[in-house]
Ligand binder design. Structure first.
Ligand code: GDP
Ligand code: MG
Length: 598
């Protein structure tokens, strides 16, 4: 396709503002899918995505559109994940586009991720088309939202399109705006190949498949290509486009979007942000902006049944084929046995992987509390990155510990400023500034430790603002803090999988709350079970679970057999997620309890 007839765009929005629904409307309108084929939200393919209403994996689709000017256009829609964990991936898909639809919910207005996404789009010099969505809602306030877009973002909202992705109002106007306002791609088709990888998937027949935007040059079957970050070389088996079903084409040339396959065994060779070039006529420099993504949050995953260890490894390997940002290595816990220490981009990423392991691979897992990566400066001057409390060096070897900090933006209706500030202060936040978005809404900026955010910050923010606040954050670097390792002793033995790193000032409160919670979670045994929290050898909190006195079945003797069976089944059910540690059965929830006692 000639470049002047191509438009590459993405949709950016805060979660739930209607990005996927709008994508559906665009697909439907352009006939990429007929009404009958239309499954709601085809761009969110994974079952999990649909349930949670989030977009995890980027997708791309080519739409053919005959505009009012009579010309046929090829519109490439590149979907972006709508969560702060995946900001880097968002930035790479924006880099593959010339324009963006900015979808804002007419009843909600600008939220934290709206702004974060706009900044990313502006960094990439994208043409931004504001779309005020959900105007069908009775409480829609398109005029207020228009003003917010002008005041807060500084975009001319005069040309904002009023739309309802639900009813289809505004769809054609949006397509016309894409054609008229977004510039066509430029890029020399005769230059050496430069293709930006903005996503990749794994296909069991064809191997790792990079999704690419050709920036310069062209690529076709039989070409020898090189991945510039890794140096790996392959021969292209096929190039294609998504319609949305994959379809082979002869060539992809500068300005176009599609995929290629080249018998690439490992997705690690198809890194998001990397540049593919020709091996025979390589480009001198890769495209800017590539970076290797680093996990931000770690946790231990252990099979409830230790026989499942190999199955867990297989499952993690399979998931990693599709998700190069997932990392794992074997870990041994005294309490939990053999498992894996896994690294994730964030908490949502972690929850998604856990759910997929359980659902798609039928594994029963014990998950330990997530931890950020600490920077430990030893007294001998050495530096260690520690992502596991049990790996912390002995206190006498530590000079000081540093933890990752984020700059958080919180948007909230004005009446909740007090509770939000209180929350941030309680989470060791430092106030930076406050801006009015309108008379009714404000944006607060705080420096906060990442560790506090991965605890219950988001839940508390939502409950303190009745769901009206939104949060976005960006990691800014490391800062020293008074951090200590807190151990939990059950029946006088340290349970390594329950250890956490916490701020000294919060240790006492957290220790108290945690032993209290564990007392409720751990079932009574045939003997008294002391539960203690300790820093080093100093006990800071203690509870005791009293011994079970009566046999639970005693009252059924001679009585109702079904009742007895039910009771036994219930016990078995309860046991499922139990792990025997020493002589005590500890349920799964206990290992995550620390998250709930922020
Ligand atoms: P995303 O998170 O931005 O992808 O948002 P979705 O497309 O999943 O939409 C979130 C929710 O808003 C869903 O329940 C949609 O049905 C609903 N929704 C999307 N667009 C509209 C609209 O124009 N009007 C109304 N009333 N609901 C909408
Ligand atoms: Mg969505």
């Amino acid at each position: 396709t000639e470049q002047k007839n191509i438009r590459n765009f993405c949709i950016i929005a805060h979660i739930d503002h209607g990005k996927s629904t709008l994508a559906d409307r665009l697909l439907e309108y352009t006939g990429a899918l007929s009404k009958r084929e239309m499954v709601d939200q085809v761009l969110d393919t994974m079952e999990l995505e649909r349930e949670r209403g989030i977009t995890i994996k980027l997708q791309a689709v080519r739409l053919n559109y005959r505009a009012r000017d009579g010309r046929e256009y090829v519109l490439n829609l590149i979907d972006t994940p709508g969560h702060v964990d995946f900001t880097y991936e968002v930035s790479r898909s924006l880099a593959a586009c010339e324009g963006a639809l900015l979808v804002v919910d007419a009843a909600q207005g600008i939220e934290a991720q709206t702004l974060a996404n706009v900044y990313l789009a502006l960094e990439h010099n994208l043409e931004i088309i504001p779309v005020i969505n959900k105007i069908d809602l009775p409480n829609a306030e398109p005029q207020r939202v228009r003003r917010e877009i002008e005041d807060v973002i500084g975009l001319d909202a005069g040309e904002a399109i009023l739309a309802s992705a639900k009813t289809g109002v505004g769809t054609e106007e949006i397509l016309e705006a894409i054609v008229r306002r977004i510039p066509p791609p430029r890029g020399d088709r005769e230059a050496p190949l430069k293709a930006l990888i903005f996503d990749s998937i794994f296909d069991s027949y064809r191997g790792a498949i990079p999704y690419i935007r050709i920036v310069e040059g062209q690529v076709q079957k039989g070409d020898r290509i090189r991945f510039m970050a890794t140096g790996a070389e392959f021969e292209v088996n096929e190039v294609g486009i998504f319609t949305p079903a994959p379809r082979q084409v002869t060539t992809l040339a500068a300005g176009e979007v599609g995929f290629l396959s080249a018998s690439i065994k490992n997705v690690k060779d198809t890194r998001v942000g990397d540049t593919i070039t020709s091996a025979t006529r390589p480009a001198r420099e890769p495209l800017p902006g590539y970076r290797k993504v680093m996990p931000m949050v770690y946790c231990g995953l252990f099979p409830v049944d230790s026989e499942q260890f190999d199955n867990l490894r297989d499952a993690l390997e399979k998931l990693q084929l599709n998700d190069a940002s997932l990392s794992f290595e074997p870990e041994t816990s005294v309490a939990l046995g053999f498992g894996f220490r896994c690294g994730f981009l964030g908490l949502l990423h972690m929850e998604i992987i856990q759910e997929r392991l359980e659902r798609e691979y039928g594994l029963e897992l014990i998950t330990t509390a997530p931890s950020v990566v600490y920077r430990v400066v030893r007294t001998d001057g050495g530096v260690e990155m520690v992502d596991n409390p049990t790996a912390l060096p002995a206190p006498n070897l530590i000079d000081h510990i540093e933890e990752p900090y984020v700059e958080a933006t919180i948007m909230t209706p004005r009446e909740y400023v007090g509770p939000v500030m209180e929350l941030c202060q309680g989470k060791r936040g430092t106030f930076l500034n406050m801006d009015y978005l309108s008379e009714k809404r404000v944006a607060l900026k705080y420096d906060l430790p990442l560790a506090e955010i991965i605890y219950d910050f988001f839940d508390q923010l939502k409950s303190r603002t009745r769901g009206y606040a939104s949060l976005d954050y960006e990691v800014k670097g490391y800062r020293p803090a008074e951090l200590v390792k807190m151990d939990i002793l059950i029946n006088n033995e340290v349970v390594d999988a329950l250890s956490v790193i916490t701020h000294r000032d919060q240790a006492y409160h957290r220790g108290r709350a945690l032993v209290e919670r564990l007392r409720q979670l751990i079932p009574r045994q045939l003997f008294d079970v002391p539960i203690q929290a300790a820093i080093g050898s100093r006990i800071i909190a203690r509870e005791t679970i009293p011994a079970l006195r009566k046999n639970v079945l005693a009252k059924c003797y001679g009585g109702d057999v079904t009742r007895k069976r039910k009771l036994l089944e219930k016990q078995k059910e309860g046991k499922k997620r139990m792990k025997q540690v020493g002589t005590v059965d500890i349920p799964q929830e206990a290992f995550m309890a620390v998250l709930k006692v922020g």
